[in-house]
Design a protein around this ligand. Structure first.
Ligand SMILES: [Zn+2]
Ligand SMILES: [Zn+2]
Length: 137
């Protein structure tokens, strides 16, 4: 019996989530069927997805107390999945609308979350970072 490619993909994803959950000592076992039942759209930006597109995301990451249970897993487009990293849903929403002004040129831009929470988001680009260093001397 041959498997549908999407069934193979979901089986592989479920296996990798379950393996990671065990590594983190997190409860829950997700199945390919449960993944297949998720609505075909990104839970973060709402974009529609075709079968085989996008990926899945643990809304509350394992390292923030999230589980590997069905309720904590949503379908997500690749863009949102990449942007989210290990932010909590509240942090993710905050970051989506976060804009700060560049210290050098004044341009408003979206800083990287990690730099922002560490208080290091001050310049919009590498060019401005270079200029800032130069202005100091
Ligand atoms: Zn999305
Ligand atoms: Zn700038």
């Amino acid at each position: 019996m041959t498997q549908h490619p999407e069934e193979r993909r979901l089986n592989r994803l479920a296996a990798s989530y379950n393996k990671k959950a065990r590594q983190y000592g997190v409860s829950g076992d997700i199945t390919a069927i449960e993944l297949a039942r998720k609505p075909l759209r990104c839970m973060y930006c709402g974009i529609g997805l075709e079968v085989g597109q996008g990926t899945f995301d643990h809304m509350i990451p394992f390292d923030k107390g999230g589980t590997n249970e069905d309720l904590n897993i949503v379908r997500s487009c690749l863009t949102c999945n990449r942007k989210k990293f290990t932010k909590s849903p509240a942090e993710f929403v905050e970051h989506q609308t976060l804009v700060v002004a560049c210290e050098v040129c004044g341009t408003e831009y979206q800083p990287r979350w990690g730099e922002y929470i560490n208080g290091r988001a001050r310049v919009c680009s590498r060019v401005c970072a270079g200029r800032k260093r130069w202005m100091k001397t």
